[in-house]
Design a protein around this ligand. Structure first.
Ligand code: AMP
Length: 279
């Protein structure tokens, strides 16, 4: 049975007597197959598993969808029970940010001023701040993150390395809908037709990877080719499509044929979708 816990004190007392290793999956709820894949990986190596379900206001910018972000605690609890999550932690804003007294985490600009960070100012600072707080509360042995939010994964690794957390970070592959669209809570905003249109995002990523792997194009030329492909899809508006090194998300040399990612953010009917592919 999954225990639903709402306060930090109750969670800490419950965890003081839990079996180790302890696993932790931070989420913003509205759980889908992407989240479930993380749960499955975590269940394989942990004796106790905590999943947090908290829509973190700090990581939403002005005009973003904080208010209307999908929330469905009942369905999330059912998914947690079906997948044998031990604890679902559902704190209030005040519980996580008591009297707003909280250490705001400052990240290196190399991580925040690229890709999603260019348009989502302070987003990753908000992510790092809530994770810093949650990691301190849960004190897990393993933490699980999806490669779908790739830039976030690099932020998490930085956080663990630089804020003396002892947890091991596990990254989990992207889970996709049957048409290739990466599973995301925001897919709930899309109609069936819009989802078909959004499937072209993954097609563009596969096109770029194929063009590099077959030696037809350099990463830069492959990027341009995929941008042309996406520009022909009505209603899709590309925010960025870039190649970044696997090592540290720095720019990729034109000589590279592997060891990097193509990453993209695309807007469709006012919804922002992100995806990436490893080359
Ligand atoms: P979120 O609730 O969107 O904050 O996501 C919580 C965790 O689930 C993050 O580590 C995400 O990267 C991961 N996640 C979300 N969607 C997917 C997906 N399609 N495949 C794998 N992991 C995912």
């Amino acid at each position: 049975m999954t225990v639903l816990i709402k306060t930090v004190n109750e969670l800490k007392s419950k965890l003081s007597e839990c079996n180790k290793p302890l696993g932790f999956i931070p989420t913003m709820g509205s759980l889908h197959d992407g989240h479930i894949s993380l749960i499955k990986v975590a269940k394989d190596e942990c004796k106790t598993l905590v999943l947090s379900n908290f829509v973190n206001k700090l990581q939403f910018g002005q005009g973003e969808d904080f208010e209307k972000y999908p929330r469905d605690i009942e369905s999330d609890l059912k998914i947690c029970e079906d997948n044998k999550v031990d604890i679902m932690f559902v704190p209030s804003h005040e519980e996580i940010y008591p009297n707003e007294e909280i250490e705001i985490v400052t990240l290196p600009v190399e991580l925040t001023d690229i890709l999603c960070g260019k348009t989502r100012k302070n987003h990753f600072q908000g992510v790092a701040t809530v994770l810093h707080r949650l990691f301190n509360i849960v004190n897990a042995d393993f933490v699980y993150f999806g490669e779908k939010d790739l830039q976030q994964l690099y932020v998490v690794r930085w956080l663990v390395a630089n804020k003396s957390f002892s947890a091991t970070v596990r990254s989990c592959p992207i889970i996709r809908e049957s048409n290739g669209l990466a599973c995301s809570t925001r897919n709930k905003y899309l109609t069936k037709d819009e989802k078909d249109t959004a499937a072209n995002i993954y097609k563009a990523l596969k096109l770029a990877k194929g063009n590099v792997r077959s030696g037809i194009f350099t990463p830069g030329k492959a990027t341009l080719e995929s941008l042309v492909f996406l520009s022909k899809i009505p209603k899709l508006k590309v925010e960025y499509f870039e190649a970044k090194s696997k090592n540290d998300l720095s720019p990729v040399s034109e000589k590279k044929v592997s060891g990097f990612y193509f990453l993209t953010a695309v807007h469709l009917s006012g919804i922002r979708l992100i995806d990436n592919i490893e080359v």
